[in-house]
Design a protein around this ligand. Structure first.
Ligand code: PLZ
Length: 447
């Protein structure tokens, strides 16, 4: 597979775990020292090992240790690390066109990505997109567009939501620590209400929706809301799958009140849950959809896609940015759409859910610390509780540390930090996934 130095496609990486040094090894420890001197403390440190390369489901660190990656860079390399087709597409584009700035001199790949987004987002009506670089930017643009279209200021969001780190998206994000505390003043006209969290509230979808709606109407007024921004499966908040019917009831209320329904599918979209978008599980059709993370296989690309009449509310020059729709990122995104189709990755994501959910439920039956098991497709989680049934973040921390020592990278989530989330990429074999479950079983036993 590798060819002459400098033109090598992908350097083969064995799809197996290997612990070759202590964890972290000497090279990672040396990098940690350099980092401490020059990288801001505000950039969090999830793992003490430094990556050298990655392929498929495996990350190799700078000491030659190989880790099974259950995080996909938070759902970004959904088609697999350094997928050949995606790397090849990006590499070819790099040698052709790196940047013109689409609004200055446009190019085809941007148009093609917009066509693919129109085709794959929910809804059969004419759709348009604006392409940007990050998820937070996509959310900000969705809100801008919704405000321009409706002429209203209000933005409704849900408890446990995460929408980004910019000023507006900090205001929209539920958790103050570490995301927004001390970084204000914040944008106004953001109103928050509880959503649906079946493990904690025990409400049906319609009951939870009635609660959300009542609070929004009482504390702000539906007639002043431009949009409600909802993650169809909440990501950072703890992989919370709303009760059946919740999303549909919210979408119906939004439509009846002239409030745009914006799906933040940044973590849940692009095949992650077994559909192109997680709202597809419920047949809900949003007015606007925010896409990012998994859409370009690791290159920075994000977008807002939606009803053409809504998207066109902004006049020329109202939307954009220097790097939005960079040609190399667009080439990668086109390859990602193609790979998802040709490799049957929607089915693969569903199969991963069908394989892992029963395994996780088996662990739940064996370990009282596992309070809840949930998720859709390859977006799965367990919520850990102590003997009193309260959130147990310390257990999550211990399990992550234990698993890393055995060559498995895991990630936490949850407003209380007590959720372990699993976002394996779709190039990970069943065998590796079951290895991760075995390590998790040991880790739970060691608590
Ligand atoms: N909306 C639903 O999941 C990014 C953030 C990790 P950006 N989530 C991971 C961290 O600590 O920064 C995210 C998301 C949802 C918006 C975003 C924001 O996307 O690309 O990070 O800006």
């Amino acid at each position: 597979m590798s060819t002459v130095a400098g033109t090598a496609a992908i350097v083969p990486l064995p799809q197996s775990r290997l612990i070759a040094t202590e964890i972290p090894g000497p090279n990672s420890r040396a990098l940690a020292e350099r980092r401490a001197a020059v990288v801001a403390r505000g950039v969090s440190l999830g793992s003490p090992v430094y990556a050298a390369r990655a392929h498929g489901g495996i990350i190799e660190d700078v000491d030659g240790n190989r880790f099974l990656d259950m995080t996909s860079g938070i759902g970004v390399v959904t088609v697999g690390h350094t997928d050949e087709a995606v790397v090849e597409a990006a590499r070819a584009e790099l040698g052709r066109l790196t940047h013109t700035m689409f609004p200055t001199v446009p190019y085809e790949s941007y148009v093609r990505v917009a066509e693919l987004l129109a085709e794959h987002t929910p809804g059969g009506f004419p759709k348009k997109s604006v392409i940007v670089s990050t998820g937070a930017e996509a959310v900000e643009n969705a809100v801008k567009i919704a405000r321009r279209f409706t002429g209203r200021p209000g933005v409704a969001v849900l408890d446990h939501g995460y929408h980004g780190r910019t000023n507006l998206t900090m205001a929209m994000t539920y958790k103050a620590h570490p995301y927004s505390a001390g970084f204000g003043p914040f944008a106004s006209d953001v109103v928050r209400a509880p959503g649906s969290y079946p493990f904690r509230d025990g409400l049906t979808g319609p009951e939870a929706a009635a609660r959300t709606i009542a609070i929004l109407e009482k504390t702000y007024g539906a007639e002043h809301l431009a949009c409600i921004v909802v993650e169809p499966v909440q990501g950072e908040g703890g992989f919370i799958v709303p009760a059946d019917g919740y999303l549909a009831a919210i979408a119906e209320w939004a439509r009846a009140n002239g409030v745009l329904f914006v799906a933040d599918e940044i973590q849940s979209g692009i095949a992650r849950t077994g559909y192109w978008y997680a709202v597809d599980h419920e047949g809900v059709v949003p007015d606007l959809v925010a896409t990012a993370k998994g859409v370009a296989g690791g290159l920075p690309l994000a977008a807002v896609t939606g009803r053409a009449d809504v998207m066109d509310a902004s006049g020329p020059g109202g939307l954009g940015g220097t790097f939005g729709g960079n040609p190399v990122a667009c080439a990668a995104a086109i390859a990602v759409f193609e790979r998802i189709e040709s490799a049957g990755l929607l089915g693969r994501a569903r199969a991963i859910g069908e394989l892992l959910l029963p395994e996780l439920r088996r662990l739940q039956a064996a370990h009282p610390a596992v309070g809840d098991v949930r998720g859709r497709g390859a977006m799965l989680a367990i919520e850990l509780v102590n003997a009193q049934g309260e959130p147990d973040a310390a257990a999550v921390g211990s399990i992550i540390a234990f698993a890393l020592q055995r060559g498995v990278v895991l990630l936490s989530a949850g407003s209380d930090g007590n959720v372990l989330r699993f976002l394996p990429n779709l190039a990970t074999s069943d065998e590796l996934l079951l290895e991760a479950v075995a390590v998790l079983d040991e880790a739970l036993a060691s608590l």
